[in-house]
Design a protein around this ligand. Sequence first.
Ligand code: GLU
Length: 508
Amino acid sequence: MSNSKIRVRFAPSPTGPLHMGGVRTALFNFLYARKNKGVFVLRIEDTDQTRFVERAEEYIKESLEWSGMIPDESPWKGGGYGPYRQSERKEIYKPYAQQLIDSGRAYYAFDTPQELDEMREAAAKSKMPNWQYNHVTRQSMKNSLTLSKDEVQRRIDSGEPYVIRIKMERNEEIRFHDAVRGWVVVQSNSLDDKVLFKSDGMPTYHLANVVDDHLMKISHVIRGEEWLPSAPLHIKLYEALGWTDETPVFAHLPLILRPDGKGKLSKRDGDQLGIPVFPLNWTTDDLEEIRGYRESGFFPEAFINILAFLGWNPGTTQEIFSMNELIESFSLERVGKSGAKFDVKKAFWYNQQYLKETPNEDLAKLLIDDVEKINHDVDIETLAIVCGMMKERAVFPHEIISEGKYFFIRPSEYDEKTHRKKWKENTPEILKDLKRLFADAEDFSSKSVEEIFKSYLEEKAIGFGSAGPALRLVLTGKGMGPSLFDIASFLGKKETVARIDLGIEKLS
Ligand code: GLU
């Protein structure tokens, strides 16, 4: 490896909420930078004014912060290679476009959008649906290759709108080595003459991206596979600008696919699967609220773990990785070529693992406001006990409250199915017996409740099924949950007795 410094960048366009695929790209850049003691740059690519969305940049910033990836250089932090918003670098690009014109690697094109549409339509009619402005068709279009020098000058001087297009060579093989995909070979004849500079005086993505990667001394371009088709053009641009030796290493990350592997994971798929595809909530212009991982109750650490495994694997059986462990283990060699299928169950599983690991007191602090809405007498210590009982069976912190409401208020509804199946003629009798025994108990610890309960079963020669589910039903309203004895002990003698009475009354 050369001694030059590793510098990578995440270069989102602020056109809407950042998709989780974008956060995955940011993550792999971040990991690569940290692993190699390099620099993680964030650049906002906002040259396309028509698609610009005001709130999107803030969303990007917040998403990265929540995920634990603070860029070393960014529009907000600054750095030695700024500005980091392309809209603030406008003046930088024109001279490079001019350089390409001067060296014959690019040309002016005066064709109006209507003329281009007409060409496309005419081509489609004669069964050539994919008309392109390329090495063949450019010869019959209005550009500085077909018009005389004077004519070109006259048009420019008179203020006629024009774009600058790259002049793709004919019959050339463009080769580059991608760190993920290996050698990529493309025939230049299959590429069109992309616009580099627009009539509004702004560069297109291609020119701005290459110029900025060069000026910002980017050593590795790690980005999504959707940019692979642009890479040959970028390689040609580096060459045309005289920067071949400084061409960065390219690494195109595999797409994130639907669980069935059929197509990219879209927002609609996410809705169907009940899983977000965005890091944070986002309100659309039509005031539709789109769910994010954060607001759905995912831990940022779990989100990062989920993303890391979308396209990368450690080559071992280890599944839980902290950010530091990821940094330690990450390499581009272990990034796969084929699309990464999103595994919904696994995503929930990751969150569950992090939930289990979170100390009960921390969970209690997180949830205390929600509990106060149900019962304002609950304190942090009490809530922490509930968290300890419930976290094994929850995926999200908020489920501790929604599934465990009965710890804080008496049940108002009782599980229909348990009632139907487990409530027998003699159930009220059994519950009354238990109630008397509980009421007389001196010790109401979980262990003692269990002993009372079990010796009663023995004495009556009945099984757990004849008393347990019904007791749970009257205490919690539910058919399932944590240890019955833990619950009774938590509720205390008085409340347990009261709930048994209430249940018998309501359910018999
Ligand atoms: N602005 C591009 C995007 O929105 C960046 C692509 C690249 O990384 O080169 O993804």
